[in-house]
Design a protein around this ligand. Structure first.
Ligand code: GLU
Length: 477
């Protein structure tokens, strides 16, 4: 059975790149009827952020990922928080020490700084020079007895060419001479990510490790640890970077990267998921919209590209619109409620709110767009502000149309969605104005927008009184 884990560090929020990693693991786990595991990599005590774990889990749930085993859920392979597994790491660090694959290093930070400065000055690669590798066991024992601060480092073999395989990159070759004797246990007694990840992936019987490309340089270290501990390594898939349109690495500085920001802006989880999976995974044909089930069925690592993928907001907007427009009126309204709640119109009559939302549906790119659009229907007297439209409404023919409509409307008992076209027909007849000179002025006057929602629908919800008020206002510009 395949077992895949998503193993974020609790550093505050779920990055869209993290969501992609989680998704690829999840899709494959579901497709292969395996398990999806959530493991919290919280061994860096300086980077802990309160509430981060809950937030990560909440955002995964929002995106539709169900965790089978994990920190909040339990499971046979727990605990799933690394901070609760310290004895396990120490046991394996000891094993590495006993077998001569790791050593104690007593170098102080001053010593390390001096080493770095010297290497810099000589233009050498910056790395630990291995000076504690050669301490005698007697030396080590004595130093440990006086409790000198120390770390445990792994021994990297010299002059070895490591040939590794990656599900996305194929064969990857790295020379061990490029590698540092990685710290495995820090001075505070906590393991580093490198030791913990290997121990946990083994003990949790992880079959496939999916993670960002930034971890590729660490792969040889991890594979060495698997070798030293005589374990069979899982398969690896290192995902390409996600880039800004200018091809720089996607970062908070250039816009939103937290999944919760996208939720708050009104992106639908199914749209964001679809969009994010396509950042890297290329489909065979032209299809771009995939249901979750289709993603599960179709996903494969061999269609994940090596090149970085550009995060194109326009495309995300397009996709969100596609999903939004497919929602039934009831579903749409349910999803809009949290956004309406933040407006001044939350307490309006629900039937009317529902009607207005369905009229606005084709005009929404995100759910949050509803917030600016409600005022047209619920504000006492919404104002036209666009100078171009004001200009257009001041034209003689526009004024003629508006006046004729006023006339017709006054003589009509009620204005409804159904009789609005007939009223317009009469306006056309009485004024002799039609087409581009007839409809736009009415649209600007009633919707205050160039491409507002469907006119008969708007007029129907407005009713006679509000229609007349809007026309009056347009006549007085
Ligand atoms: N804790 C690492 C991260 O947050 C996980 C890397 C891995 O999956 O091995 O990126």
């Amino acid at each position: 059975m395949v077992r895949l884990r998503f193993a974020p560090s609790p550093t505050g929020y779920l990055h869209v790149g993290g969501l992609r990693t989680a998704l690829f693991s999840y899709l494959y786990a579901r497709q292969q009827k395996g398990a999806f595991i959530f493991r919290l990599e919280d061994t860096d005590q300086q980077r802990l952020v309160e509430g981060a774990e809950d937030n990560l889990i909440k955002m995964l749930q929002w995106a539709g990922l169900e965790i089978d085993e994990g920190a909040d859920k339990g499971g046979e392979y727990g605990p799933y928080r690394q901070s609760e597994r310290l004895p396990v790491y120490h046991k394996h660090a000891q094993q590495l020490l006993d077998d001569g694959n790791a050593y104690h290093c007593f170098c102080s930070s001053e010593t390390l700084d001096a080493m770095r400065d010297e290497q810099k000055a000589k233009n050498l690669p910056i790395r630990y020079d291995g000076r504690c590798r050669h301490l005698s066991s007697q030396d080590v024992e004595e130093k440990l007895k006086v409790e000198s601060s120390h770390v445990v480092r792994m021994k990297i073999p010299e002059n070895e060419q490591m040939v590794m395989s990656d599900l996305i990159r194929g064969t990857v070759i790295i020379e061990t001479d490029q590698l540092d004797d990685q710290v495995l246990i820090k001075a505070d007694g906590f393991p580093t990510y490198h030791l913990a990840v290997v121990v946990d992936d083994h003990l949790m019987e992880i079959s496939h490790v999916v993670r960002g490309e930034e971890w590729l340089p660490s792969l040889p270290k991890h594979l060495l640890l698997f070798r030293y501990l005589k374990w069979r390594p899982p398969q690896f898939a290192h995902l390409p970077l996600i880039l800004n349109p200018d091809r720089s690495k996607l970062s908070k500085r250039q816009g939103d990267v937290a999944v919760e920001d996208f939720r708050d802006k009104g992106y639908l989880p199914e749209a964001l998921v679809n969009f994010i999976v396509l950042l890297g995974w290329n489909t065979a044909g032209d299809q771009e919209l995939f249901s979750f089930q289709e993603l599960i069925e179709n996903f494969s690592f061999d269609r994940v590209g090596k090149a970085g993928s550009i995060f194109d907001n326009e495309k995300l907007n397009w996709m969100n619109q596609q999903y939004l427009h497919q929602l039934s009126p009831d579903e749409l309204f349910e999803r809009l409620i949290p956004y309406i709640r933040d407006t001044a119109f939350a307490d309006q009559d629900e039937t009317k709110l529902r009607k207005v939302c369905s009229i606005l549906q084709p005009r929404l790119v995100t759910l949050a767009d509803i917030q600016d659009k409600l005022s047209l229907f619920f504000e006492e007297s919404p104002q036209l502000t666009d100078p171009e439209l004001i200009e257009a409404l001041r034209e003689d023919s526009a004024q003629t149309v508006l006046r004729a409509f006023q006339e017709e409307a006054r003589n009509t008992e009620a204005i409804t969605e159904d009789n609005f076209p007939a009223i317009m027909k009469s306006v056309q007849k009485s004024t002799g104005i039609k087409g581009k000179k007839l409809w736009p002025p009415m649209r600007y006057a009633l919707t205050l927008e160039k491409n507002g929602p469907d006119l008969p629908l708007v007029a129907g919800v407005f009713g006679k009184k509000r229609c007349l008020r809007m026309i009056e206002q347009a006549l007085n510009l």
